[in-house]
Each structure stands twice: as structure tokens, then as C-alpha cells.
Design a protein around this ligand. Structure first.
Ligand code: PEP
Ligand code: MG
Length: 874
């Protein structure tokens, strides 16, 4: 008997090493018993003997001993004519991949069947007898298969099939009974004569099966446990529940129960909350103990027999929401059951995406048509009608608004550009044929918290039709984009149900509060150019703005034409006139952004736009621009003149062309205007008693001379270049303000700048690594076009990952060099990273190692980056 082990509530094998021979289910039973829960008693025959029971002579004696212990717990007797105890045999292997059927209802014999039927009714009773026979035959079938007795195996298979058919019919007792009689001849003669004999026969069969099954690594144990029935008399029920809501995480049992189930046909059951109060209270207590022990939501099966609750088993859940996990763990943390470390390391940072964006309710997509493919530009789920141009989308948006109709729209284009941002802004998502993670559609979508699915198989057929995958769709058709962070994106045709995020309700804000306790020296900032984003980022815990892309401030419809007018200016005088208009807009933007950031650093990047990006791209834009010019009061231009100016501005290689600080070298008045706008806003706030911390960032620097010129100015042969430091001074003097602490710094986004960092740091108080451009220029891979040939590169293992997502080794090397050379010149140099790489945990780990002070990322990535930082600090 040293190989048999009894367990029941609070009685279990104390030496946990022994549990190794109990198989997975056996271990679980022991764990349950140790938790002092109302578990069904039972005993385990451990793995060391399960394959040798065949040779056991006095087995009955042992069985009697152990079954006796179960009898006293359940108040029934094995083989009793009136109220018989029945048992099941569970095969418990150590490998999760091996699965055997559970065998039920042993103890049903010619003597005990009538007594059993008294409690459950004859229909159910005889049905259970057939179930018992089926279990036994399945073992015999397996043995025949393993012994390669083909004929026998086939015969048993057809017997089982026949039996199954009979069981599935919602028949009455007589039919079931006659099937039982028919099957007697296929069973050992004394199968129904005596309960112990029956159990012994079955255990020996199972033992034989395990002995010859090669899958079995001699590790399978057997568990013998009483059966309880949820239809056993009046106060009986059975059911299953989750310890809390698996979608919302609310601490409320979710599940069902049923009573009086007298046949095998599954019924829906009633809500668990409707079960009798004392039972519900007991189940709630059980749920609490199970959650506290396993530190997660679990699913629990139970049976109530004659008013007594028995737990059948519990198991972990395959699918539950991140929100449910966050709330469960926050609850456990608040009650000191888990530590802060356990809470913080429980999630992969990317998992938070799920509570930052709406998610698809998968149940709702079961019968929907789907098309898989594409690359996740910005993960999440979006529903909307598809529109194939910014113009048609905006029209549809306006008209839906006016009519009070559904305004959810999805922009669907070959690729997107600056003028499409206004459509993305009002859309729920973007779908594009081209592009990758750092393409325009993806960057902008992430910034606005929209979903983006790029590189999708899209073919446009005229203006109003497109083929998406193999499906033809019209403009205005409703689709659902499902873009998970992991796994393949999907487009569902039609409308799926969404679950909307709510940072307070979801537990996200509470979670961030805990996470921030492990974020100290190394900060997370946000890439934001809108007051709304700045505010949201503050609630998410951002410690400042690391990148305010000022060119994004001109994307709005009423501004882009003013900006175009500025680009079209022929000379300084003309330009200055338009800049005055732009300055007003910028000033109010900066005022609001500074205000939202409450004195935290705000890094404002002066204009960095390839000019062609802002030019009219089609007839409609051209018309809108010409219309604007008529009323602008500025110079008038004909369509031909505009075209000529566009041609003159066109570049072969705009990303390496007249952009970044190069614009400021040619047209200093643009940065001067921005500088004035920044400091007028800053001094206004200061006069209102607010704090501001501006950081002026010059983009696309190749050497220190650019920086020196732009900041400090120069006089040469009668030409004067007014430096930005002087502009600030003049604003301050004009306003009669006391000087505010502010910094000049630069982006390091060209290899030459990284290498020249030592010189550059003489003029820069901070560096911000623009890894989008730095990657593009280091690898020589266009950030906008690389996706067309990237699959070939991945296929042949030329590049291991997407360098626009995961920092390339040599880009890292350049960053490290720049950090070293920069700090050698200026020990107090502040260093950050603001490319799209900033939210990826592995990149963050590198940045922390390399001695950077912060990463800056899009607003919805801030919580993810914070968690990654905290995990590094632990
Ligand atoms: C960069 O190049 O990494 C960067 C942040 O600037 P942008 O993406 O605006 O070029
Ligand atoms: Mg850049």
C-alpha cells in the first residue's frame, strides 16, 4: 500500500517530492486537497506500479481499504444495494500531451443498478450503465490496437460506434436496458456481478494498456474517485464557473449550473448567481482561495449532491483578457498576496496594447467572412466604411455627421501622405497596400491612436472599387480590421462587436501607478504635437515631450494651404508675410502644449519636412489651394505658376534633399518665426505663474557648423544670419520678461552626426537619436519603400528582423559612439531616443545600457515603454 495514496479535504501526502509519481491530474488533486477545499476524496495508485497491476493477487483487499476511506467521506457504500457509491478512474499521465478517456460509473452491477435508479431515475441510470460499458470497451480497443490485433480492434470500434449511437438517442430506459443486455456477451462474464470485481477487471485492463503503450513513459498514475451527481435528488446541481469575469476582470463569479439533468443532452443551464445563496457563498469562498493560490483566474467545476458542494476540478484558462489579468493581479497585489515584482513581471509590455485599444469580441466574428494578411502598422481593432481617398472620406464624414449617421470610416489607399492626415484623424483606421511599420500611414496612425494595417493585398479598380485579397469591395462597404500585436492581421467583412478601452475602468492607470515606482532615473517621454495627446500622455505617466514634430501642426485642413503659400513664396518679404499668419497658429499650439505638460520638458523640433510633401498632389488639392490664394490677401498665382513652382521644388531624393535644418540655412525666417512663437507662448505662461521647460531641437544636423550657425548666427560679407539665441533675447526684451531656462539640442539621425558627436556637443545641450532616419541612412534602406523587397530578404535570412522596429546592431554602435563622444565633450549632455524604436522593450533595454536618459514614443505606447523600463530596473 505504499503505492496507494489517499486524499481528501485537508488530507494529502505531505512530502511533495512523492507527487512527481502522481501525474498531472494527481498533483492537481493533491494541491486541491492541501488548499482545504471541499474536494472529492479519492486515492492515487502511483506511476511506479500502474503498469504491473495485472500480477497483483490481493488487489481487492487494498481496494477495500481505500474505497472504505472514500465511503466515510461521502456517506455511501461501494456495492450497496440501496444507495451505492460509484467511482471513476482517471488516468493521470505526467505529460500534458498524452490524453486518455476518463472512465466512469464503476460499481453499477446487477445488484446496485436499481438502487442507483431510485435517485436519478431509470432513463439516466441505464444511460450511465452504457457509459460505463463504453469506457471499458475503449480500453480494450486501445489494447487490441497496441497489440496490432487488427480484426479485434475493428470489431470493438464498431461496437463502440453502435453503442454511442444508441446513447445519443434521447431514448427511454427500456432501449438503454436492452442495449446493456445485448452487450453483456462482449464483457467479461462477471462484469456486472460484483462492484469490486468490476473495478478490479477495469484497473487490470487499464494497467495492461499502459504497460504496452509506448506513449506512456511509465509516468501515468491512476486516480480512483467517487462519482457525484448533480441530479441526485432534490438539493443537487452541477456546473462550472470562472473565478471572475474573464473579459472585464470584475470580481464576480461567471458561469452556469443546472439541476435535474436526466439525460446526456447538454442544456444551457442557469446563471451561477441564481444558485441557492449558501451554495453561492461557498463557491465564492472557493473562488477566492483558488485565485489566491494560483494567482490567476481559474475555471472550476463543481457538483452539489444533496446540498453538499464537491469540487470536481479546476483548470487554467486559455483565453482571458489582459484587462481581466491586470485587475486580478492588482487585487492580489493590494492584498499583499503577490509582490510588486510579481505584478510588474507578469505581463509582456506589448500585451498592454490590448487594453489601450478596442478589441474584437471574437464570439461575434464566428460567422463572418475573413481575409488574412498584411503587416501591423498600429495594432488594434477598427470598424468602418472604407473610402479610397481623403476627399471622399472627408465628404462621407461630413455628410454622416450632418445626418447623424455612423461616422466610423476607414481610409483605404495605396499609400498615405501629409494631406491624408486629416482623413486619418477622423477615421477609425487606415488600410494601405504599401508600407511597413515606419511608413507614413503607420507613424501617423500610432500617433493618433488609430489602427493601421499596411502592405495588404489591395488592387484599386477605378475610383470606387477595390479588390481586397480575393474579395471585391465598393467604396462605402463596412469592414472590421483586426490587427493584433502578435499573429496575422485580419479583415472581416461586416461589423464585429468591439470592446472599448477605458484606462480607469480597465485598471491601466492603477497599474501604471505601481509600475512607476520602479521607474526612476530613466524616463519615458511622449512624441506629441497636440495638446490632447500631451494631456493623455501625462495621465499615462509620460515625463515630458521628447519630440514635438512641428510640421505635423500644419497638417490640418485650414493650415496646409497657408503653409503651401509659404513654400511658394518667391522671396523673403513674401515669405515673412505668410509666416506671420503661421506664427499665430504655432503660438497658440505651443501655449496649450506647454500648459498641458505642467513644467515638464517639451522638446520642440523645428520644422523638418521635405517640402514636396506639402505640395498639392492632385487636382482637388490644386483647386483648394488656388481658391485659398484668391482670398488670402497674399500674392496671386495662376495654376501654371503653381505647377512651375512645384516642379522647381521637386527633388529626386527628397529624404536626402532640402529638408531639416537645411531649410533653415536657406530660409532662416522660418525657424525665427517658430522661435518667436515658442517664446511668446512660454513667456505668456510664465507671466501667468506657470512653469515651462522648452528644449529647442534642430533636426537632420550633419555637422557642428550647421548648429553653430543656426543657434549663434554669423556675419559674412555683408550677409547677416540671425541666430536663434538672439531671437529669444529679442522676444524676451520686447516682452520685458525674466529669462527662462531653456536648452538647444539636436537630433542625431545621420551617421555623420553620430561620428561627429564630439564636435556637435559643443553646441548641443541634448541629443535625441532619430532612429527612423538614422536607420534609413545607416543601412541605406528607404523607410518608406523597403517593404516591397523585404520579404525576399527575410526569406533568405539576409536581415533577421525589421530594422525599423528592432534597432540594427550597427545603428546601436553609432548611438554608443555618439553617446561616448558627446559626453566626453559635455558631461551633462542629455540623451534620448525618439524614433519609432522607442516603445520596443529590447530597444529600451539597449538605451538604458547605452547611458541614454529617456526614450520618447507615441502616446499609446507610453504605458508599454514604462513597463519595459520597470522590468529592466527590477
Ligand atoms: C527620426 O528620424 O527617427 C525621427 C524621430 O524623426 P522623423 O520620424 O520625424 O523623421
Ligand atoms: Mg527624422
Amino acid at each position: 500500500t505504499k503505492n496507494m495514496h489517499f486524499f481528501s479535504r485537508n488530507k494529502y501526502v505531505k512530502n511533495r517530492e512523492t507527487w512527481e509519481t502522481f501525474g498531472l491530474r494527481g498533483k492537481q488533486a493533491m494541491e486541491f486537497a492541501a488548499l482545504d477545499l471541499p474536494i472529492l476524496p479519492g486515492f492515487i495508485i502511483d506511476a511506479s506500479v500502474t503498469a504491473h497491476l495485472d500480477h497483483q493477487d490481493d488487489m481487492k483487499r487494498y481496494l477495500k481499504n481505500y474505497i472504505g476511506k472514500c465511503e466515510s467521506d461521502t456517506g455511501k457504500r461501494f456495492g450497496d444495494k440501496e444507495n451505492p457509491l460509484l467511482v471513476k478512474v482517471v488516468i493521470s499521465p505526467n505529460l500534458a500531451i498524452v490524453s486518455y478517456p476518463t472512465l466512469h460509473n464503476f460499481g453499477l452491477t446487477d445488484d446496485t443498478i436499481p438502487g442507483f435508479n431510485q435517485f436519478v431515475g431509470e432513463d439516466f441510470g441505464y444511460h450511465e450503465v452504457l457509459f460505463l460499458i463504453k469506457g471499458y470497451l475503449q480500453v480494450e480497443e486501445k489494447i487490441a490496437q497496441l497489440e496490432e490485433r487488427q480484426k479485434d480492434a475493428e470489431k470493438i470500434t464498431s461496437l463502440i460506434e453502435n453503442l454511442q449511437k444508441g446513447m445519443e438517442k434521447n431514448d427511454k430506459a427500456e432501449k438503454f436496458k436492452s442495449l446493456m443486455e445485448e452487450y453483456r456477451r462482449y464483457l467479461p462474464e462477471d462484469f456486472f456481478s460484483d462492484a469490486y470485481t468490476q473495478l478490479e477487471i477495469v484497473l487490470k485492463s487499464i494497467s495492461k494498456m499502459l504497460a504496452i503503450d509506448e506513449l506512456d513513459d511509465e509516468d501515468a498514475a491512476l486516480i480512483v474517485q467517487p462519482m457525484v451527481y448533480g441530479n441526485y435528488g432534490k438539493n443537487s446541481a452541477s456546473g462550472e464557473f470562472f473565478t471572475r469575469n474573464i473579459v472585464t476582470g470584475d470580481k464576480k463569479l461567471e458561469g452556469w449550473f443546472e439541476q435535474n439533468r436526466f439525460n446526456s443532452i447538454e442544456s444551457e443551464g442557469k446563471e451561477i448567481a441564481k444558485i441557492e445563496k449558501p451554495i453561492f457563498a461557498e463557491l465564492e469562498k472557493v473562488a477566492g482561495i483558488v485565485e489566491d493560490h494560483f494567482k490567476e483566474i481559474r475555471s472550476i467545476r463543481f457538483t452539489v449532491e444533496n446540498g453538499k458542494v464537491w469540487l470536481i476540478d479546476q483548470r487554467p484558462l486559455m483565453s482571458k483578457s489582459v484587462q481581466a489579468d491586470v485587475k486580478t493581479l492588482l487585487d492580489l497585489y493590494a492584498r499583499k498576496i503577490i509582490s510588486r515584482e510579481e505584478l510588474i513581471t507578469a505581463f509582456k509590455p506589448d500585451q498592454l496594447n490590448e487594453i489601450l485599444h478596442p478589441v474584437i469580441d471574437v464570439k461575434s466574428t464566428k460567422s463572418m467572412e475573413r481575409i488574412d494578411g498584411g503587416i501591423a502598422g498600429a495594432p488594434g481593432a477598427a470598424i468602418g466604411r472604407i473610402y479610397f481617398s481623403t476627399e471622399t472620406l472627408l465628404d462621407a464624414y461630413k455628410s454622416a455627421q450632418q445626418k447623424g449617421e455612423d461616422t466610423r470610416l476607414i481610409l483605404c489607399m495605396p499609400a498615405t501622405f501629409a494631406e491624408d492626415v486629416k482623413a486619418i484623424e477622423v477615421s477609425t483606421g487606415v488600410l494601405s497596400a504599401e508600407g511597413g511599420y515606419s511608413a507614413h500611414a503607420s507613424v501617423v496612425a500610432r500617433q493618433y491612436g488609430k489602427v493601421s494595417l499596411v502592405n495588404f493585398d489591395l488592387k484599386f479598380r477605378g475610383k470606387k472599387k477595390a479588390q481586397i485579397g480575393k474579395v471585391d469591395l465598393n467604396e462605402g462597404d463596412l469592414v472590421t480590421l483586426n490587427v493584433p500585436h502578435y499573429g496575422e492581421p485580419t479583415i472581416f467583412l461586416g461589423e464585429a462587436q468591439l470592446i472599448e478601452p477605458d484606462p480607469k475602468q480597465s485598471g491601466l492607470l492603477d497599474f501604471i501607478d505601481v509600475v512607476k515606482k520602479d521607474v526612476a532615473a530613466f524616463h519615458v517621454r511622449v512624441n506629441a504635437d497636440k495638446p490632447r495627446d500631451a494631456e493623455l500622455a501625462r495621465t499615462f505617466g509620460a515625463e515630458g515631450i521628447g519630440l514635438c514634430r512641428t510640421e505635423h501642426m500644419f497638417f490640418q485642413e485650414e493650415r496646409i494651404n497657408v503653409f503651401r503659400e509659404m513654400i511658394m513664396s518667391d522671396n523673403r518679404e513674401e515669405r515673412l508675410k505668410v509666416l506671420k499668419k503661421l506664427k499665430k497658429m504655432q503660438q497658440s499650439d505651443f501655449y496649450q502644449i506647454f500648459k498641458a505638460m505642467e513644467g515638464k520638458e517639451v522638446t520642440i523640433r523645428l520644422l523638418d519636412a521635405p517640402l514636396h510633401e506639402f505640395l498639392p498632389h492632385n487636382d482637388e488639392q490644386m483647386k483648394a489651394f488656388l481658391d485659398y490664394l484668391k482670398t488670402s490677401g497674399g500674392k496671386s498665382m495662376s495654376q501654371r505658376e503653381v505647377r512651375e513652382r512645384c516642379d522647381a521644388l521637386a527633388e529626386f531624393n527628397p529624404m536626402l534633399g532640402h529638408r531639416g535644418c537645411r531649410i533653415a540655412v536657406s530660409y532662416p525666417e522660418i525657424y525665427e518665426m517658430q522661435m518667436e512663437a515658442i517664446f511668446e507662448a512660454a513667456y505668456k505662461l510664465i507671466s501667468e505663474g506657470k512653469k515651462v521647460a522648452p528644449e529647442i531641437m534642430i533636426p537632420l544636423i550633419m555637422n557642428h557648423n550647421e548648429l553653430k550657425l543656426i543657434i549663434y548666427g554669423k556675419k559674412i560679407e555683408g550677409n547677416t544670419y540671425r541666430g536663434l539665441a538672439q531671437v529669444e533675447e529679442q522676444v524676451r526684451e520686447r516682452l520685458g520678461a525674466k529669462p527662462v531656462d531653456y536648452k538647444f539640442g539636436t537630433m542625431i539621425e545621420l551617421p555623420v552626426a553620430a561620428l561627429g558627436a564630439g564636435e556637435i556637443a559643443r553646441y548641443a545641450q541634448f541629443f535625441s537619436f532619430g532612429t527612423n532616419d538614422l536607420t534609413q541612412t545607416t543601412i541605406g534602406l528607404s523607410r518608406d519603400d523597403y517593404t516591397s523587397f523585404m520579404p525576399d530578404y527575410t526569406l533568405f535570412d539576409i536581415l533577421s528582423g525589421n530594422p525599423f522596429q528592432i534597432l540594427d546592431e550597427h545603428v546601436k554602435e553609432l548611438i554608443s559612439i555618439a553617446v561616448r563622444r558627446g559626453t566626453l565633450t559635455r558631461p551633462g549632455l542629455t540623451k534620448g531616443l525618439c524614433g519609432e524604436h522607442g516603445a520596443v522593450p529590447s530597444n529600451i533595454a539597449f538605451c538604458m545600457d547605452a547611458g541614454l536618459d529617456y526614450v520618447s514614443c507615441s502616446v499609446y505606447s507610453v504605458p508599454i515603454a514604462l513597463l519595459a523600463v520597470a522590468q529592466q530596473n527590477i
